[in-house]
Design a binder for this molecule. Structure first.
Ligand SMILES: Cc1ncc(COP(=O)(O)OP(=O)(O)O)c(N)n1
Ligand SMILES: Cc1ncsc1CCOP(=O)(O)O
Ligand SMILES: [Mg+2]
Length: 214
């Protein structure tokens, strides 16, 4: 697996009342303080009713904070915005462009994540051009409604074994207290919303996660 692949994906929470840019600034600063900016990715994720213009403006500000620090920036769902802001890549799921189409839009060099929940879907997504896989929900989460039952570490490990060498990013209910269990099961890293965006001190929360990840 690529040692440079970020093991911590902090996903923005742009719901009303949240402060995504303050969280991103704190997370990048925490990673910089640990000399771990190459282990951090920021995924810009907004609710579906947010306009492309609003997402573009947010993502451009995130890239402006990530690029100088060497932090990877990914954009959720909307490939055209990822390209427009010069992000390293994007993440797609079942309601987004199919992986092969997303790869075509992104080009061969982009980082393309795909959501999977089982070994067959994982093999198909990698064959279609996914660079890494987001697998979950690992544990119960209230951040995203309507998800299937949690997979747990074992089933996330089964997905990882199906696609050797492809980074598996576990997502859903992940915290600094359960992240190491997911890595032991086979995940290359984790993605979080609430554990950082909902923390009283997002920088400290980022540091705690980086300290328990490979
Ligand atoms: C790292 C990572 N894994 C999974 C997801 C979920 O993406 P998706 O299935 O497209 O759902 P939305 O995030 O669009 O609601 C993710 N964003 N990141
Ligand atoms: C977008 C998404 N996809 C699967 S779980 C999830 C939300 C994860 O949020 P949290 O880290 O707060 O559980
Ligand atoms: Mg999506």
């Amino acid at each position: 697996m690529d040692p440079a692949f970020p093991c911590l994906h902090v996903i923005t929470d742009a719901r009303p009342g949240r402060a995504p840019l303050a969280v991103v600034t704190a997370a990048v600063a925490a990673a910089r303080q640990l000399g771990a900016t190459d282990r951090l990715a920021i995924q810009v994720r907004v609710e579906d009713d947010v306009t492309d213009r609003a997402l573009f403006e947010l993502a451009a500000e995130v890239v402006a904070r990530c690029r100088p620090a060497g932090v990877t920036c990914l954009v959720n769902d909307r490939l055209h915005v990822a390209l427009a802001v010069g992000a390293e890549g994007a993440h797609v799921g079942a309601e987004d462009l199919p992986v092969a189409a997303a790869r075509k839009v992104l080009g061969p060099a982009g980082v393309l994540g795909a959501t999977c929940r089982d070994p067959d879907a994982a093999r198909a997504a990698v064959a279609a051009g996914a660079s890494y896989l987001g697998v979950g929900p690992a544990f119960a989460t209230v951040t995203k409604p309507g998800l299937p039952a949690p997979l747990g570490p074992e089933r996330i490990g089964a997905v990882a074994r199906a696609v050797p060498g492809v980074p598996i990013v576990a997502i859903g209910g992940v915290t600094a207290d359960n992240a190491a269990e997911l890595v032991r099961a086979g995940a290359a890293g984790v993605a979080v919303v609430g554990a950082v965006a909902g923390a009283a001190d997002p920088g400290e929360a980022t540091a705690r996660l980086l300290k328990v990840l490979p």
